[in-house]
Design a protein around this ligand. Structure first.
Ligand SMILES: [Zn+2]
Length: 160
């Protein structure tokens, strides 16, 4: 098995462990939205299909070499896994869930439901990257801070 295969296996196993222990929060009913309902259904009823979908695209993504040198502290030092184009990052539709692929992968593998004001941030600042450890769920404010730090470090801002 290649290093990439091992890594994908690890991401999927980790995601399965989190989905296995997924539980609705105390505020579930209060926070309901169509997007949350769709993800809830996916996590509770068809977690294996969701994981298979993640695995398929993680395999399919173009594996880029690690950047020669990190230009800022938040720049990742491992290579991105890319799908789609900067203008139109890949979107997916699966069992009622419609979303950007990178958001789908990040939410599914961490068993996190979307909530108001949440954004999936690209630590690598590369919007078409779907590599799970380059993605982090955070707030809109944190995402803006990423942009500012990147601009400050002279990085090219490719958006969230
Ligand atoms: Zn990346």
């Amino acid at each position: 098995m290649s290093d990439t295969d091992t890594l994908i296996r690890h991401f999927i196993l980790d995601g399965r462990r989190r989905l296995d222990t997924f539980e609705r929060s105390l505020f579930h009913e209060k926070l309901r939205s169509p997007a949350r309902d769709n993800y809830t259904k996916l996590f509770e009823e068809t977690p294996e299909e969701a994981l298979a979908y993640c695995e398929k695209y993680l395999r399919k993504a173009k594996k880029c070499n690690a950047p020669a040198s990190a230009i800022s502290s938040i720049q990742s030092s491992t290579g991105c896994w890319e799908l789609g184009t900067a203008k139109s990052p890949r979107r997916i539709k699966l069992l009622g869930v419609s979303d950007y692929l990178y958001r789908f992968i990040s939410l599914t593998l961490t068993a996190t439901l979307p909530y108001d004001g949440e954004v999936v941030r690209h630590l690598c600042n590369n919007r078409i990257c779907i590599r799970p450890d380059h993605l982090k769920i955070g707030s809109v404010g944190e995402n803006k801070m990423d942009d500012i730090l990147n601009a400050y470090a002279g990085g090219i801002n490719k958006g969230a």
